[in-house]
Structure formats: C-alpha cells, structure tokens
Write a protein that binds this ligand. Structure first.
Ligand SMILES: O=C(O)C(=O)Cc1ccccc1
Length: 310
C-alpha cells in the first residue's frame, strides 16, 4: 500500500493546513491534486492510501462536489474528520491597490463567507470561481485575476501580498474536512463518534422522509447533518446524506441502520469515525431506554420469550 495521501491542492489550500493537523500526515507523502474528483479518484484507483477533501462548511453547508463524489461511483469510506476555523486574506500581486482590483477569484464555498465584505469593499468587482482557494492564488500569480481570497499562508507560496487579512462575514466560520479511503473495518469506537450514510427512498409517499428519520428518532439517535442531493434522475428525485451521532458498533445506531436497510431502496454506509467537534466528556447521555445495555437486555428478553423461558 503506497504511504501517501492525496489532497485538494495545489499547495497552500486550507485543506492542506487541515490535513497537516493529523498526526499520521507527518509519516505520509502528501500529494496535491487539482480538484475534489481527482483527489477521490486517486484513492479509488489505488494510487494513494487515502484522500483528504473539504465536505461541509458552517456558513455554506455541504460541499456538493464532495458529497456527489461519495454518493456515486465505487464505495469509499470516511476514516477521520478535521474542523478548521477559516478567515480569508485578500491576496494580490505586490503593488496592486484595492482600487485597481477588477476581478477576484476563490473556491465557490468561499463566496458565502466573504459576500458582505465584498459588497462593501469591492462592490463592482467581477467574481469567478476557482478549483480551490490556493488555485485562485496561483491564477493571480499568473496574472489571470487581480485578486484571490485564500488563506494568508498562501501569499508566500505564490509570491503575493495580503491587502487585507481576517476577512469573514460570520464569526467562527468552520470548514469540516474528511480523510477518505477504500472500504475497511471502521476504527474502534472512541465514545464520541459519528456515522455517515446516504439513503435512497424506495418510493414517493406522504411521510416518506419522516419514516426515514423515525428510524433514528425511535432509537434515540441524534442527527448532525441532513443534506438532500439530486439523484440526476428527474426533478424531485433526491437521495439524503445523513450524519448521526454514534458508532455502527453502538446498538442503537446499528438497529437504526438495519431499519433503514429494510425500508429504503438503498443505503450506502460511509463510515463511523471520531468526532472532531467534541470529546467523550461532552457526549450527551443516552435517552432513557436507549443505552447499549438496555438494547441487549431487551433482545435477551425476546430470545427468552421465543424460547418459552420468560
Ligand atoms: O482548501 C481550500 O483552500 C479550498 O479551496 C476548499 C475550501 C473552500 C472554502 C473554505 C475552506 C476550504
């Protein structure tokens, strides 16, 4: 197995900064890729051991390219997540003044985090999307755009200067990144874990979504993300990406997934992995009747009833 991780590049992305916070990244070769699909393709083809990509933003929501890539194609699995607080710098070629900026670029997910700042400070400037924030900085270096919103750390890498730093519309904006690999046994539960799935409904009926959510609700499983994505098979045809609190080895999570498997057309398991937002000490206590012990006791009782030993 090649000891390398692919990540959304080029060098100087927030993705690279987030990846370098993982201790295991220090022992891997880190390979920048040009796009999220290219990053995930590298792990699908076996070229790299795992891929690191942005998946969710606290201001913009899901990073749709990443979700769509995980939903389709050969199955992949999330091994780890990282949260990174994000503020942007406005990077220009040395000497450029704010009043000279006519065009600006960044990753689409950056736009919702700097929109108000742009309205006030760069009202007539043309915005164009780039493959990543560092790629925007690279394009400014090449002279294709006048300015890029990117991490301040990208300035040195691309010979640019920061006209402004700390740009953010929302306080505490965070981006969530995931380390994705090929299907494997999930890491052992830590006590503060998350489970990700994608589900496709069997048919369209009143209360269909409530039925799906009910599988979690009745077992006391809290949800952390619900994102609908079009299946591409007609207007109104959606699948749902769901993050639930807990690990697939927790009885209540396993039973919720079994419930979904019974009532859905398809369920794609995307992994169980440690939460980056809180530690074990902050995990809420299970609702009455939903602890592992209570599930086991109830299952034993049914077995005894079936056996005539009640
Ligand atoms: O990692 C980057 O630099 C990216 O381009 C992805 C991204 C986009 C917006 C906020 C954080 C990360």
């Amino acid at each position: 197995m090649p000891a390398s991780y692919a990540y959304l590049g080029p060098e100087g992305t927030f993705t690279e900064v987030a990846l370098r916070t993982l201790p295991e990244a220090a022992t891997r070769e880190l390979i920048p890729m040009v796009s999220v699909p290219a990053t995930l393709d590298a792990v699908r083809s076996g070229e790299v051991e795992a891929a690191f990509v942005p998946i969710e933003n606290s201001v913009e929501g899901g990073i749709t390219t990443t979700l769509d890539e995980l939903v389709a194609g050969s199955p992949l699995m999330i091994y780890r997540e990282v949260l990174l607080s994000i503020t942007f710098a406005l990077l220009v070629r040395p000497g450029t003044k704010l009043s000279e900026i006519k065009t600006v670029t960044a990753h689409p997910a950056a736009q919702s985090q700097i929109r108000n700042w742009m309205k006030i400070n760069l009202p007539d400037v043309v915005w164009e999307s780039s493959a990543s924030n560092a790629d925007g900085a690279r394009l400014v270096q090449e002279g294709r755009y006048d300015a890029a919103f990117a991490g301040e750390f990208a300035a040195a890498r691309y010979g640019l200067t920061a006209l402004e730093t700390g740009i953010h519309d929302a306080e505490n904006a965070q981006t969530r990144f995931v380390l994705v690999g090929r299907p494997a046994r999930p890491a052992a539960p830590t006590g503060a874990d998350k489970t990700s799935v994608v589900i496709w409904q069997r048919d369209d009926h009143p209360g269909g979504l409530r039925d799906l959510l009910g599988e979690f609700a009745v077992r006391g499983v809290n949800l952390m993300l619900l994102q609908s994505r079009p299946t591409g098979q007609g207007i109104g045809n959606y699948c749902f990406a769901i993050d639930a609190e807990g690990h697939i080895s927790d009885r209540k999570v396993a039973e919720a997934l079994m419930g979904l498997r019974r009532i859905c057309l398809k369920v794609r398991y995307l992994g169980s992995y440690p939460r980056a937002d809180i530690g074990v000490e902050d995990v809420r206590a299970p609702l009455p009747g939903t602890s592992d012990e209570e599930f086991v006791t109830a299952a034993d009782w049914v077995a005894r009833c079936q056996d005539g030993r009640f």
